[in-house]
Design a binder for this molecule. Structure first.
Ligand code: ADP
Ligand code: MG
Length: 648
């Protein structure tokens, strides 16, 4: 099917067609020098088709030919995606640079999967077996994962395996199976398959309600505004507030199998930064390069706006692909505002009726459609996989009352809003504890979280009041509330991304420290004056800050926490009745924790492993003596306050 260009305007081309052209199908505009520029049909009116060209349209002329394809803009899925850096059209950027030099040449498209690499295939089905869409036909090792080679996702019905390759080395292009339908029609299968990026890829028994906390090891997220596997969240914030840094921190530490990053159209320097830093980042869990479990899709400054629109879809499609293997995938989009701007430009070119701030009227439904691709699913064989989507939003001037932020807030499950004031005060991560929210429950009991939120709110009120009436104008009790709120903020909400211990806090440690802080807050203080309160909190703040920098053996911490439960009564006998399965799971968990801990210990060799416990003793003494100085004696009679907090 061919057409002829009748108009060129910016990245849009209008073409006259003869045959049927399908919305969202792919076309190639043929430039007079022979270059074929990839385009997508975004509107069809009669025999006119509007195409969005993913390249510079310079050099295209009225009368030039357009070749139309039936296929939609698709991603090629198979082993070899991991560790790659792609542009929005899945061109591998490193290879592309090698092929064409650092100035990208229009019309050059490379296979998204390495064509010559061979993979060690192990068949998992036999000849004569019948298979369904997405069923595993065999596996190949890909980095640290077992990559499932699956039956085509679009199989309409069960098919019979007519041939399956023997164990051996194959490239992605080699035929590894032939499937046959009831009418004996044969369908050859390779390790790679294509999927249209704008259609959600989900072959599953059912969707699950996302409820399993996704631990990012960022305390303010996990404890206060949690996210879950298969859920969605957004990080709106003004320029420079720390959106990109936060995305990088979560890419590194979040407890997921793999991460897909869509670096979308921020300044070119930032994209380069991503490319430069990621390969050097060490995966804290494997000790190897973080890239081994990362895919990056990014827009170079050389790419036009249209490719930006495609890139988030390409990225989420890859995330869904690995979900089909039963993996937990985190997809990060930075920034979705640039993507929305791409929508706006395209819409403008089409002369559609603009909505608010000239964004198209369908902006909200596009945003919703994108986040809807997140989800936890149960595969046909019972395994569970998930795609969690976190998108940053960069509203101009940090004003959240704009269409992209508002449209996003309507659909996401958690809002991690960054505040300019906190960033300016270098209170990182600059997530605003008063404005942010989450609909999910995380690793800390909701009542405890609510108590802290109330405290933070009251602390803020006192601070506001003090700006008007001065410190003398508030009571000691009010002043103490503010000190408590500041204390929590300083030692818990803020986290030093550049310290190897403080940068990432495991869930057990978060739960433990959170409770310790509640004990400190619950102490029944009797302060003589504001100054006394201030001095006391300076002391306890230092203790907790140092605690944050002290490595801890998680297994030992868990034992310590379990002992703490037992001494509170009744627990001692109950422990005997633990079901063996639970125990086994716990043991395995403990083993994993131990191994992870081992690594932490190597990383932080210069830090004393006993330091944590020494500081903890001093904290407990502080609590027992109601904030009195160390002279109060650790075995002295507990104060009223300490008794009260003991049961919490
Ligand atoms: P944004 O993407 O919101 O424009 P960035 O993530 O690029 O902002 O952050 C801007 C700067 O702020 C960073 O270069 C860094 O110096 C500082 N910054 C942001 N987050 C942190 C953090 N968690 N810890 C320390 N510094 C940070
Ligand atoms: Mg940024």
């Amino acid at each position: 099917m061919n057409g002829k260009i009748v108009a060129v305007f910016g990245n849009m081309v209008m073409a006259e067609t003869a045959g049927d052209v399908v919305q969202n199908s792919v076309g190639y505009c043929r430039r007079s020098d022979g270059a074929r520029l990839l385009s997508e049909v975004i509107r069809v009116r009669g025999n006119l088709a509007d195409l969005q060209v993913f390249e510079e349209t310079r050099g295209l002329r009225v009368g030039d030919e357009v070749e139309f394809r039936e296929q939609m803009l698709s991603a090629r899925l198979g082993p070899g995606l991991l560790g790659n850096v792609y542009d929005g059209l899945q061109n591998p950027l490193y290879d592309l640079a090698e092929e064409t030099g650092f100035f990208l040449t229009a019309g050059v498209y490379l296979d998204g999967l390495p064509g010559e690499t061979t993979w060690a295939f192990t068949p998992k089905v036999r000849q004569g077996e019948s298979v369904r869409a997405a069923q595993t036909l065999g596996t190949v090792p890909e980095g640290i994962f077992e990559h499932h080679v699956m039956a085509p996702f679009d199989l309409p019905a069960e098919m019979t395996v007519a041939r399956i390759a023997d164990e051996g080395e194959y490239t992605v292009g080699d035929e590894i199976a032939i499937l046959k339908d009831a009418d004996e029609h044969e369908r050859p299968v390779t390790m790679a398959q294509e999927w249209p990026v704008k259609r959600a890829l989900n072959v599953s028994r059912r969707r699950l309600m996302p409820a399993d906390p996704l631990v990012t090891r960022v305390r303010i997220i996990d404890s206060m505004f949690p996210i879950v596997r298969g859920g969605t969240y957004c990080i709106p914030g003004p320029f420079g507030a720390g959106k990109t840094v936060l995305q990088h921190i979560t890419a590194k530490h979040a407890e997921v199998d793999l991460v897909v990053v869509a670096a979308c159209g921020e300044r070119a320097g930032e994209v380069v930064e991503v490319l430069r830093t990621f390969p050097d980042l060490e995966d804290p869990r494997t000790g190897r390069s973080l890239m081994e479990r990362t895919i990056i899709v990014c827009n170079t400054s050389a790419m036009p706006v249209a490719a930006r629109e495609a890139s988030v879809y390409t990225a989420v499609t890859m995330a869904e692909y690995y979900r089909q293997m039963g993996l937990d995938v985190l997809m990060l989009a930075d920034s979705t505002s640039r993507w929305a701007q791409a929508l706006r430009e395209v819409s403008g070119r089409l002369e559609e009726i603009p909505g608010e701030e000239a964004f198209p009227a369908y902006l909200e439904s596009r945003i919703a459609g994108f986040y809807e691709r997140a989800g936890a699913i149960e595969l046909d064989d019972g395994r569970v996989g998930s795609v969690t989507i976190g998108g940053s939003v960069s509203p101009a001037g940090g004003n959240f009352e704009e269409p992209v932020t508002q449209g996003t807030l309507k659909v996401v499950g958690a809002f991690e809003g960054l505040s300019k004031e906190r960033a300016d005060a270098r209170r990182y991560p600059a997530i605003d504890p008063l404005e942010s929210w989450s609909r999910y429950s995380g690793i800390i009991a909701p009542e405890k979280v609510q108590r802290i939120r109330n405290l933070l709110r009251r602390g803020n009120e006192v601070r506001q009041m003090m700006t008007v009436v001065g410190e003398e104008g508030v009571t000691v009790d009010e002043y103490t509330e503010m000190q408590k709120a500041d204390f929590f903020d300083d030692v818990y909400l803020q986290q030093n991304a550049f310290d190897e211990v403080d940068a990432a806090t495991r869930r057990e440690r978060q739960a433990f420290v959170f409770d310790k802080i509640l004990q400190v807050i619950d102490v029944d203080y009797t302060f003589e004056d504001n100054d006394h309160a201030r001095r006391t909190f300076v002391e306890v703040r230092d203790l907790f800050r140092n605690l944050n920098y002290a490595p801890v053996d998680i297994v030992r911490l868990k034992e310590h926490m379990a002992e703490g439960r037992d001494t509170k009564g009744q627990g001692a006998e109950d422990a005997e009745g633990d079901p063996p399965e639970g125990e086994r799971a716990e043991n395995q968990e403990a083993d994993e924790a131990q191994q992870a801990e081992q690594r932490d210990r190597i990383e932080t060799e210069d830090r004393d492993p006993e330091e944590f416990w020494r500081i903890l003793e001093r904290i407990d003494r502080f609590i027992a003596t109601a904030g009195g100085t160390a002279e109060g004696g650790r075995r002295g009679p507990p104060s009223r306050g300490a008794r009260r907090s003991g049961g919490g």
